[in-house]
Design a protein around this ligand. Structure first.
Ligand SMILES: Cc1cc2nc3c(=O)[nH]c(=O)nc-3n(C[C@H](O)[C@H](O)[C@H](O)COP(=O)(O)O)c2cc1C
Length: 362
């Protein structure tokens, strides 16, 4: 039984634990002849890498990905995919397992410690083992390959809320994303968040976040009806990310409070003679199939569970006790979830592109 694979035609399988010697993934189904280098993959990993600002965990992982298989030099001397399984690997170099020794018998609230024991009867307690978000580095690496498959489609993510602090959408500027440590498109909100998150961190607490992922350039027609819906697969992809507790497509839960007149996206004929939507409440998907508009989806991440404030719990011997989680943690895991969300969107789109091509051609 495998629970470590995602996708149908474009399929990623990840392996490894937080404090094992390495983590890795295989990517199956990638078409041949696509230029692919470790440097390209690295640009995306560098965005997720820990320890880049005081607002993320201080674990120092260079996160250097190696391509072990699936590429070869073509006649021009360029490294391209061969159509065989691509294997990617990252060595873990900054494990500090002793941080976790004193909690090995305790179930950390908000973590998967209890449920892994309930299911398997054994767990790697070092950094959460397989349940650790260290695994998401491989999603980002595989997502970089997926981006190559979907060519001109752009997939970008932004943090739109930390704790109760939302951005002002009228100030949305994609160019701001790289100007602050939060992937925040609103420069004013980013400034406020600095102060807010410093306070959260100093008090030993944590905050949740909402991440928005936008895919532009997806033509009308990708996706499928009934049980193969594009929005269904995006929801599944986002929900599989650690700490995600909610997903929205388009207006999401807000759509419930709109009237039918306001919600249904009206259609006219554009200058190119093709249908043109006057709004995008649907988030670019109707009936599980892309409309050609931007695909807009959001996910909510819960506040980091590992905090410096003691919490009540039990141990594996049946005793009630308290726990204080030392170790190095992100005060808001939503920040580093942005590149992970982008990767999951790219993986879904690459899979649906290939599925669309297999059934109806380009
Ligand atoms: C990028 C990323 C980094 C994370 N880092 C931490 C962390 O440092 N501390 C923590 O308590 N949880 C962290 N998490 C969340 C936990 O992995 C997650 O809450 C836990 O495994 C339980 O799973 P669940 O919340 O999905 O039910 C992180 C999540 C993401 C997406």
């Amino acid at each position: 039984m495998s629970y470590n694979s995602f996708g149908q035609l474009f399929r990623m399988t990840t392996w490894g634990e937080s404090h094992g010697p390495a983590i890795g993934c295989t990517v199956d189904g990638c078409p041949p002849g696509i230029p692919l280098t470790a440097e390209f993959i690295q640009t995306f990993l560098d965005k997720r890498r820990p320890g880049q600002s005081r607002h993320t965990t201080q674990r120092r992982e260079p996160d250097e990905a190696r391509i072990l298989s699936g590429v070869f030099n073509n006649d021009d001397g360029d490294q391209v995919t061969t159509g065989t399984t691509i294997s990617l690997m990252i060595e873990n170099v900054d494990q500090r397992s002793k941080d976790y020794g004193d909690i090995k018998d305790k179930y950390r609230p908000g973590h998967a410690d209890y449920t892994y024991i309930a299911k398997y009867g054994i767990r790697d307690y070092r950094g959460g083992g397989r349940s650790s978000a260290r695994e998401t580095a491989m999603r980002v690496a595989a997502g970089a390959v997926a981006r190559k498959v979907i060519g001109d489609v752009s997939v970008r993510g932004a943090l739109v809320q930390i704790g109760q602090h939302k951005i002002d959408r009228s100030r949305w500027d994609w160019n701001e994303i790289d100007n602050n440590p939060f992937f925040c498109p609103d420069p004013v909100a980013a400034k406020d968040w600095e102060k807010y998150l410093d306070g959260v961190r100093k008090s030993g607490s944590s905050a949740g976040a909402v991440i928005e992922i936008v895919a532009e350039g997806v033509p009308a027609g990708w996706g499928a009806p009934i049980y193969g819906k594009l929005d269904q697969d995006i929801a599944s992809a986002f929900m599989s990310i650690n700490a995600v507790k909610g997903v929205e497509i388009g207006d999401g839960f807000e759509a419930a409070s709109l009237s039918g007149e306001n919600n249904a996206d009206e259609i006219r004929i554009g200058n190119d003679g093709q249908p043109r939507f006057l709004s995008n409440h649907a988030g670019g998907i109707l009936g599980g199939i892309s409309t050609g508009q931007p695909i807009v989806a959001r996910f909510a991440v819960k506040p980091t569970s590992s905090i410096l404030t003691p919490r009540q719990t039990v141990d594996c011997f049946g005793n009630e006790t308290e726990i204080l989680t030392k170790g190095r943690h992100d005060p808001c895991v939503g920040i580093r979830a942005v590149p992970v969300g982008e990767a999951m969107m790219a993986l879904v789109l690459a899979d649906h592109y290939l599925r669309h091509r297999a059934q109806v051609g380009e």
